[in-house]
Design a protein. Sequence first.
Length: 404
Amino acid sequence: MRSFGADTRMPTLAVVLDLIRDRGAVSRVELADATGLTQATMTHAVRKLMALGLVHEVGTLPTTRGTPRRLLGLRPDACHMVGVQFDLYSAVGVVVDLAGNLVAERSLPAPGERDPDTVVAEFAEHVGGMLDDAGLTAAQVLGIGLATYGPQDREAGVLIVPMPTPEWAGYPLAETLAAATGLPVIVENDATAAGVGVQTLGGSASSFAVVFMSGGIGSGVILDGRPYRGVTSNGLELGHISVDALGPECHCGNRGCLDGYAGPGAVVASALADPELSRRLGLGADLLTDFLAIGRATVAGDPAAAALVAASAQRLAVATVTLVNLFDVGRVVLAGNAFADVGPVYRDAIQEVLDRSVFMRDVHTVQAELAGDVSRAAAVGGAAVVLRNLLESPYAERRTAAAK
């Protein structure tokens, strides 16, 4: 059965590579069946991946008639990429191989409200440290993917919002980190990166939505195996959908945004307004640290904390129904640091609302689940986007070969 959209003419090399990664050893016939394309077309794509040194034959599959099918698999050590996911409150770096295996990882200092020059210098230092940990040189790495909040100018490699301080707006983020490390750098939306990370870590369902929550709420959608980008890759801002037309004005310019009612900031603000709960949980650090403390208290059975999280989860669940109704996906994956401890509570609340409220519920089910690694999915996806971009460029052979 065809799993890619009816308007798909030719899968990118990245999509074929994702399928091989997900299925392990797979034949050209199976790949063609999965995409609905001819075996000749698929053979051409596979030949290109083999010429790049990313894929090789790993055995044969006996058939009842004719020549045994040749099975394809990845060469995990064919290339490596670096991913860094950061926001105001946290940062994590990873080095991954072609198969998505983590060969090095580090928790990095959170940017906080420090100036971007200082933060980028620290990132560069830790990237070098991770490569040392992995036994790699910069020449063996394809590049760095920076997964972070928006809005951003992905092509220019800059953030176009004055957060966390005005100096960050328009700062040459990709260019400065590239100069400090000697590696190409791309900037990617964190929620979109999380979706690519889910694919890379072994969940490349053709279409699914991501709800990403760390300092705030974001979302992304993978459609027919590819990230949905819109015009500027700044769409699907679930946290900035209005849930109250007469609500308070948000910094984004909208009113009554979901993030102000259901995001970590709203939960923490409510907790701080309760002196007893705030004292009991030792709140008063940064937003994400406080939210994680509330989440741990919820899991431990604290009724006041649990009530705040339940209210947040219900509001997020209703908004997620809208996301599912818009894109008709069958799967919603939760990712981001905010789900580290309390993720199952959000997952179950979202599942309950999806089951009773999704418009197409009588046609197909919609499954809510946690990413395999909620805290690293976006960093892994940032790394994977580096390779995806190269495979979709006319210089794939030249740049991929240079990193071997």
